[in-house]
Design a protein around this ligand. Structure first.
Ligand SMILES: CC(C)(COP(=O)(O)OP(=O)(O)OC[C@H]1O[C@@H](n2cnc3c(N)ncnc32)[C@H](O)[C@@H]1OP(=O)(O)O)[C@@H](O)C(=O)NCCC(=O)NCCS
Length: 133
């Protein structure tokens, strides 16, 4: 398994075409990609002014720590790029998304607010964002 990083839009478009959530990933600022024998098995990208970090691991590769590794690397890269925060929501009305909750808890994201099964979380690189939590 290798983890690669790219912010090249053409590469993101080419490598992730056909992968789940491609329409979301292709609009990203950068992506961290897990590959097994050249096959893409997991992706975490940063997109929008809010620096949301959609993450997807294909079913056969789940539960192996790949999401934790992808998001962990994404945090390191975003920190080096001097981002102020990453933000995301976990779960939705019909599904709390326990696997993703475990991942973000282990990585020590901060919870901003719960809204039913949906939770707003933040990674505050800068102190001013900590007061949100
Ligand atoms: C959420 C997702 C990215 C997690 O990927 P992953 O590579 O399997 O995550 P990890 O292996 O790093 O960690 C998952 C954790 O949840 C646990 N888990 C997996 N399925 C579970 C379940 N049904 N119930 C309880 N825990 C579960 C795993 O055991 C692991 O915990 P552990 O580290 O304590 O063993 C993956 O399930 C996925 O792509 N889902 C669809 C897309 C999605 O929901 N994305 C997140 C929203 S942005």
């Amino acid at each position: 398994m290798i983890i690669v990083y790219t912010e090249d839009k053409n590469e993101i478009d080419r490598v992730l075409r056909g992968f789940p959530w491609w329409e979301t990933f292709r609009k990203s600022k950068f992506c961290v990609i897990a590959k097994e024998n050249e096959k893409v098995v997991g992706v975490c990208c940063i997109r929008s002014a809010l620096n949301i970090f959609p993450t997807y691991v294909i079913k056969e590769y789940r539960g192996l720590g790949i999401a934790k590794m992808l998001i962990g690397n994404t945090i390191i890269i975003a920190g080096k790029k001097n981002y102020s925060f990453l933000i995301g929501t976990v779960g939705w009305e019909k599904d709390p998304n326990i696997p993703m909750r475990k991942v973000v808890r282990k990585l020590r994201f901060r919870k901003v607010v719960d809204c039913g099964n949906e939770t707003l979380i933040i990674w505050p690189f800068k102190e001013q964002w900590v007061s949100l939590c």
